[in-house]
Design a binder for this molecule. Structure first.
Ligand code: ADP
Ligand code: AMP
Length: 216
């Protein structure tokens, strides 16, 4: 299945993406993860992306669209894929439609996870992830058994630099201004399914599975 996972920063997209991609055996394509990897490797892309990420702004469309176009051409996407954090602007959504048309494929479903702003701020401020396997935890809502250590692989848990201070609020404002209009874009196409993200992780996943199963 070709799936887009939408929702504001902190809604639980990465957390649910881990569960969905394991259940349906499809690749998890997160533009945020791709940019963070590039930043940590110090590549040209990383240097460019870092300027925007540190301020909580969006990386320019032309950079982001090029990356997704290349990634969707990999053979592991033939059985479906899960896009997390892309598209984030109308220009990106229209470019994605063109890429899909070229590949003679279609986006089949858009899952939108919604959560109130106050909770999103708490979730982002408490988020830590494993440097090694990228598993996501929360110091308040989903703490690891030993502070700072990944339960799954023993790797070091770190906080994202954009999950601190004003950047968190800027990212939420950017979401409202630039990304939330996409909900109407996908609603019009009849693809949008809204999921309450303010419940236990396993219950959010159950709700998502119900939608995906109804489309199979
Ligand atoms: P996103 O990818 O949408 O930015 P994440 O999946 O990284 O969001 O989740 C943000 C933070 O919220 C993480 O610290 C994660 O552990 C936590 N979290 C995710 N889902 C839930 C949930 N259902 N209840 C409580 N905390 C959650
Ligand atoms: P995320 O991990 O999805 O929260 O993304 C982290 C940061 O990466 C964002 O705040 C943006 O700076 C950048 N980013 C991720 N995806 C996109 C995208 N589709 N378009 C532009 N910038 C993006």
């Amino acid at each position: 299945m070709n799936i887009i996972l939408m929702g504001p920063p902190g809604a639980g997209k990465g957390t649910q993406a881990e569960l969905i991609t394991a259940e349906y055996n499809i690749p998890h394509i997160s533009t945020g993860d791709i940019f963070r990897e590039a930043v940590s490797k110090g590549t040209e892309l990383g240097k460019e992306a870092k300027k925007y990420m540190n301020e909580g702004k969006l990386v320019p469309d032309e950079v982001t669209i090029g990356i997704i176009e290349e990634r969707l051409n990999y053979s592991d996407c033939l059985q479906g894929f899960l896009l997390d954090g892309f598209p984030r602007t109308t220009v990106q959504a229209e470019a994605l439609d063109e890429v899909m048309a070229k590949l003679d494929r279609k986006i089949e479903v858009v899952i939108n996870i919604f959560v109130d702003r106050d909770i999103l701020i708490e979730r982002m401020e408490g988020r830590v992830s494993c440097k090694n396997c990228k598993s996501i935890y929360n110091t308040k809502f989903n703490p690891p058994s030993s502070p700072g250590i990944c339960d799954k692989c023993g790797g070091e848990l770190v906080q994202r630099s954009d999950d601190r201070g004003e950047t968190v609020r800027t990212r939420l404002d950017v979401y409202i201004e630039q990304t939330s209009p996409l909900l109407a874009y996908y609603e019009k196409k009849g693809l949008l399914h809204n999921i309450n993200g303010d419940q236990d992780t396993s219950l959010v996943f159950e709700d998502i599975k119900k939608v995906l199963e109804s489309l199979r």
